[in-house]
Design a protein around this ligand. Structure first.
Ligand code: GRF
Length: 202
């Protein structure tokens, strides 16, 4: 499968996805890294690794126009999937529907707990024993699509949001490539194909 990764900043998940795609028998190939911030660190890394990149600031642009330009870049690169990895723009419902079941996101909490921002502080304040990370399908409701996989991360005594975020990131880098690989591989699973044919026939 061919994937376009959308980022807004550091791009450490993008890097984990990219390097995992270079392992033998990887199920996906990164055909584009695109950002809504031309100064996003991850863009430079992707370019240095020889991956096609696209950058367009969203500033002063209507949301739908900006995402249409991002989408066009993804399509031109031949992407079958859009992978959000620290992409900090909310997408319109129309866009999300066009990519339904072909767009994944990673969120730094054990969904359905703590959608939105400040997830680590909220988990610590609630006295939770664990924080964690979820990979989910993107639907029009924020952080509410089907969860494809999760990893728990213990919260220690004296944990700060920063220290927890750092460890959660290690977990993210393990989880995202694995879940993405499994997800795109479903396309070669006979029972999945049968289900798809059934849906088309209805
Ligand atoms: C990650 O914590 C991810 O869960 C969240 O944004 C952060 C992105 O980090 N959605 P990076 O840009 O991948 O380093």
């Amino acid at each position: 499968a061919k994937v376009a990764i959308f980022i807004s900043g550091r791009g450490s998940n993008m890097a984990a996805l990219l390097y995992a795609s270079q392992l033998p028998e990887a199920a996906y190939e990164v055909v584009l890294v695109a950002a809504n911030d031309p100064s996003a660190d991850g863009l430079q890394l992707a370019a240095a690794e020889g991956v096609h990149t696209f950058a367009l600031s969203h500033q002063g642009m209507p949301r739908a126009d900006h995402e249409a330009a991002m989408e066009k870049a993804a399509r031109q690169a031949g992407a079958d999937y859009i992978i959000l990895a620290g992409y900090m723009r909310i997408l319109t419902d129309r866009f999300v529907k066009r990519w339904q079941e072909r767009m994944l996101n990673i969120h730094p909490s054990l969904l359905p707990k703590y959608p939105g921002l400040d997830t680590h502080q909220r988990a610590i304040d609630a006295g939770d024993s664990h924080g964690g990370v979820s990979v989910h399908l993107v639907t029009p409701d924020l952080d509410a699509g089907e969860v494809l996989g999760q990893m728990k991360v213990a919260i220690r005594e004296g944990e700060t949001a920063e220290s927890l975020a750092e460890r959660v990131r290690y977990a993210e880098h393990q989880l995202y490539p694995r879940i993405l690989g499994d997800y795109v591989s479903r396309e070669s699973d006979p029972s999945f194909l049968l289900e798809r044919v059934r849906k088309l026939a209805l």
